[in-house]
Write a protein that binds this ligand. Structure first.
Ligand code: FAE
Length: 518
């Protein structure tokens, strides 16, 4: 099963071909993010007809403005998943809310609310790849060995991380261009202030096509990363999963995708298969149909939150009552906390929405931090230096079924972000002291310095070798597998999608060889 490299950005997206009520399929994948896309490709390559079920849209149809996605300055019904007002991570500026009214529809970004945190997730064919910053970071080996000791790290770093990076289309920025590009002035300013305070920085690879970005900067092609496109999707330049893994799976002729279908129920049948029930909606949220499909094997790839919620609910409702008690446990936010500094230096009116550098203070045993230098693409000069800090936070939440509401709650406490703030302060207090600058307190609330009430990096809830076996199999239910970020125990120390992709490559290769005979 060789990796494939991407010579250029293919235009083909994966086809929609909805399942029908009563269908029988050999393999059904719930969700089309990283775990789901890897699974779909490797199964179809092994000759297994595979049905992917995705609650979000297949983002191929342009809106009235001719674009598939809207930009951050002009949000509409394509932006958020069924909200009447945007819920931006940076929802405030200079004392007021920056959120805007929008029509409620099946938009691409969900801010899912739990009692003490919000979790941002992508909705659509391609999952988180549609909305993320594209930062493709292979975790530090010693930390990977710490978080997933049951996984052979030699094999991961020799085989599966390289395979994932190749298949995702990861590329590196031209460093000569970077040094003079207007759109990365903000990064160079943050780099200088970090170095002045004694911190290291590293360039970070990305799945955004940096050659395309260069042409954007030269006004040779339509702008995307340079036109405030990211969290509501990119119209150009980004190698999202529908253009990489899922397009390759579609090319086998063995893939079907059912968009706007939400899986609500999975239960064993008498014949040793699984009945999977799903609700089909239209873009406005109207229910169009309820279907039940029978599958020989079901792969849970609904993301850390989606998979954990489904499994916890199925156990509580008696559909999968023999699932282990570890299901729902071990959830973390990858230590995410955001912060902005008010600087003295011009950071630029034009900012690339694809981050290209991080401050690496992970070796600080008193508070490891890897801080992405994030854009603040206001379209005007703001002098703001923004960061997403990834920290080593020890707290772990648990998903629990609430018998009163019939929903799954996340037991996470607001105060649990304090270790992340403490670690980030060690870096940014030092940078501020050296640069003579201060924190912005107007970006995450009114007089609120730390953006600690949301995460972009939900991880865990169905941890490898705890809630599953060492390859994602759910004990007691042959043919049920977990393949997504819920396997990763709450933290990876860097942006997580390369870890999720490589782990899925490892597990699915083993499952195909052992359980399916590929
Ligand atoms: P994910 O990609 O979330 O896919 C799960 C899919 O399942 C989604 O498409 C859901 O719509 C679908 N789904 C959920 N429930 C159901 C259901 N019941 N029925 C049918 N479908 C369902 O999961 N990571 C990085 O490494 N680098 C970055 O630069 C980066 N930036 C980010 C920026 C933003 C704004 C966000 C939100 C995330 C970012 N991430 C980044 C995180 C990354 O996208 C995330 O870790 C992965 O997408 C998680 O992959 P999974 O396969 O676990």
């Amino acid at each position: 099963m060789g990796a494939f490299a991407l010579p250029s950005l293919p235009a083909a997206a994966a086809p929609s071909q909805a399942l029908r009520d009563g269908d029988l399929v050999p393999a059904l994948v719930i969700g089309s993010g990283y775990g789901g896309a890897v699974t779909a490709l490797r199964l179809t390559q092994a000759g297994v007809p595979t049905a992917v079920v995705e609650m979000g849209r297949n983002w191929t149809t342009p809106g009235p403005d001719g674009d598939v996605f809207c930009d951050m300055h002009n949000p509409d019904g394509r932006s958020f998943w069924f909200r009447t007002e945007t819920d931006q991570p940076l929802g405030y500026f200079s004392g007021g809310s920056t959120n805007k009214e929008i029509p409620s529809a099946a938009g691409v970004l969900d801010s899912e609310r739990f009692a003490a945190t919000r979790v941002y997730q992508g909705r659509g064919v391609g999952g988180g790849s549609l909305v993320n910053g594209g930062m493709a970071v292979t975790p530090k080996r010693d930390y990977f060995e710490e978080i997933l000791p049951s996984v052979d790290a030699d094999q991961m770093y020799r085989t599966f991380f390289p395979r994932a990076n190749a298949a995702l289309g990861v590329n590196r920025i031209d460093r000569v261009w970077f040094e003079s590009a207007d759109c990365y002035r903000y990064t160079r300013v943050s780099r200088r202030t970090a170095h002045d305070a004694g911190f290291d920085t590293v360039f970070v690879p990305n799945v955004y096509d940096f050659d395309y970005m260069k042409r954007e900067a030269a006004n040779q092609v339509p702008r995307s990363a340079l036109a405030t496109e990211v969290i509501y999707g990119n119209n150009h330049g980004k190698r999202t999963l529908d253009k990489t893994y899922l397009a390759a799976a579609a090319a086998t002729g063995k893939l079907s995708i059912s968009p706007l279908h939400t899986v609500t129920d999975v239960a064993p049948t008498r014949g040793g298969r699984y009945a999977v029930t799903m609700v089909r909606i239209d873009v406005d949220g109207t229910t169009l149909a309820t279907k039940t499909v029978t599958a020989d094997r079901v792969f849970f790839a609904a993301g850390s939150v989606g998979t954990s919620k489904l499994l916890v609910a199925m156990k509580a409702k008696g559909r999968l009552s023999d699932l282990p008690d570890d299901v729902g446990a071990g959830w973390g936010n990858n230590g995410n906390v955001m912060v902005g500094r008010a600087g003295w230096d011009l950071t630029g009116a034009l900012q690339s929405c694809m981050p290209s550098m991080g401050i690496d203070n992970w070796s600080d045993s008193n508070g490891p931090v890897f801080a992405e230098i994030a854009p603040f693409p206001a379209g005007t000069e703001t002098w703001i230096n923004l960061y997403l800090a990834i920290t080593k936070n020890p707290h772990r939440g648990t998903f629990r079924f609430n018998t009163t509401t019939g929903q799954v709650d996340l037991d996470w406490q607001a105060s649990w972000t304090q270790p992340s703030i403490d670690a980030a302060k060690r870096v940014f207090d030092a940078i501020n002291a050296k640069a003579g600058t201060i924190y912005r307190s107007d970006l995450f609330g009114v007089y609120k310095i730390w953006g600690d009430d949301f995460t972009y990096h939900p991880l865990g809830g169905c941890v490898l070798n705890e809630a599953t076996d060492n390859y994602g199999r759910l004990p007691g239910y042959p043919g049920l597998y977990v393949v997504d970020g819920s396997l990763v125990p709450g933290s990876t120390g860097v942006n997580p999608f390369v870890t999720i992709t490589a782990l899925a490559e490892r597990n699915v290769e083993h499952v195909i060889a052992t359980d399916i005979g590929g």
